[in-house]
Design a protein. Structure first.
Length: 359
């Protein structure tokens, strides 16, 4: 059998581990594996794809990024481009595809699948917002980066008695902000699912500074803070219609507002693409290896039109139809749990004289 593999959308640590796993498993079946370059762009025009050999794959397990390259190209916007994708597959005799991507790449996979192409998807995104999977490849590695950044910012924040605003990625879902913020000991976490007013942030910082004289606030780039002026994002969208959130500057605007309203020193750190680069965690490597091998097994079993999902400790197939059209937002119980550590209520409580010391 000839199987094509592509990585689409924003990259993340663990993509190479998934490519390697799919290729190794396919070779064990006696398949030929084709590497498609730069996501769906590699199946447009004359196509950018070639047969992969074990030498192409050897040594890539611990490498960040993707040896295949990636792009946010969206052929589903144009019927002519969808036909080019099919023609390129047919011309090379590629019978099935393993697509490694987030909701956008998976949405194109679903459309191709509905047109009769055998496709199995693998979820990856540091946002961790693909439905029906507990984890997406890349999330665990990115959370570690957020946690390490918060550890480092703690010491300098305390030395200078400053407010540190840390902007992390997360367009529609606050998994990265919430998990990284809890693990790294933030005292306020602001996520897209739970809008907050600037007055409440100021109230929080007042109490927090009264008790500990420094503050670490994590804000997801897609979060809303009512009362902060919104930077214009008109026209700045990608091929799937998503606004480019980095230009929105929520972290910077929040730090400026805190300084203006409170007269305390505030600094902003935008972690940006640092969160997407570098070595994958062992968890991500193992998850990618499990999903990559299982995807190829599903192709051989004729069970395509599905995405591999981590459910509990099992890798299970989920039909594309169940995955599309919505994001997996944060678990409210998880957010409520964080209220004991990272909220205005906690700051108020600890600011009370003698709280927790004399019993
Ligand atoms: O989709 C994943 C993501 O990392 C988002 O969190 C972020 O908004 C976006 O990608 C950034 O994309 P780009 O690579 O185009 O700057």
């Amino acid at each position: 059998m000839r199987i094509g593999v592509l990585t689409g959308g924003g990259d993340c640590p663990g993509l190479n581990a998934a490519i390697r796993a799919a290729a190794y498993r396919a070779w064990m079946f006696g398949d030929e594996v084709w590497g498609i370059r730069e996501g769906w762009a590699g199946l447009l025009g004359d196509g950018k794809l070639a047969v992969l050999t074990p030498d192409d794959i050897s040594g890539i397990l611990p490498l960040g990024g993707t040896v295949l390259g990636s792009s946010r190209t969206n052929p589903a916007r144009d019927e002519g481009e969808m036909r080019q994708v099919e023609d390129n597959l047919r011309a090379r005799g590629i019978e099935a595809l393993v697509t490694i991507g987030g909701d956008d790449t998976l949405s194109v996979s679903a459309k191709l699948s509905a047109r009769g192409v055998a496709v199995v998807g693998i979820p990856k995104t540091i946002d961790n917002d693909v439905p029906h999977t507990d984890y997406c490849i890349g999330f665990d590695s990115a959370v570690d980066i957020v946690g390490e950044a918060l550890d480092r910012l703690h010491t300098t924040a305390e030395s200078h008695r400053r407010v540190m605003v840390v902007e992390v990625m997360g367009r529609d879902a606050g998994w990265l902000a919430l998990t990284g913020g809890i693990g790294g000991g933030a005292d306020l976490i602001i996520i897209p699912e739970e809008p907050i007013a600037i007055g409440q942030v100021v109230h929080h910082v007042q109490h927090r500074m009264q008790w500990r004289q420094f503050s670490i606030i994590v804000v997801a780039e897609g979060a809303t803070v009512d009362g902060l002026e919104s930077a214009s994002m008109a026209g700045d969208v990608d091929q799937f219609g998503h606004p480019r959130l980095a230009t929105r500057g929520i972290g910077t605007r929040l730090a400026e507002a805190i300084e203006e309203r409170m007269g305390v020193e505030a600094r902003v750190t935008v972690l940006g693409h640092v969160q997407r680069g570098g070595t994958p965690s062992i968890f991500d490597r193992v998850l990618a290896t499990r999903m990559g091998t299982t995807a190829v097994e599903h192709i051989h079993d004729g069970k395509t039109g599905v995405m591999m999902a981590l459910q509990g400790n099992d890798i299970a197939p989920v039909p594309f139809a169940d995955v599309l059209g919505h994001n997996r937002t944060v678990d409210r119980r998880f957010f409520r749990m964080a209220r004991a550590f990272a909220t205005t209520e906690a700051a108020e409580l600890f600011a009370q004289p003698g709280h927790g010391h004399e019993g």
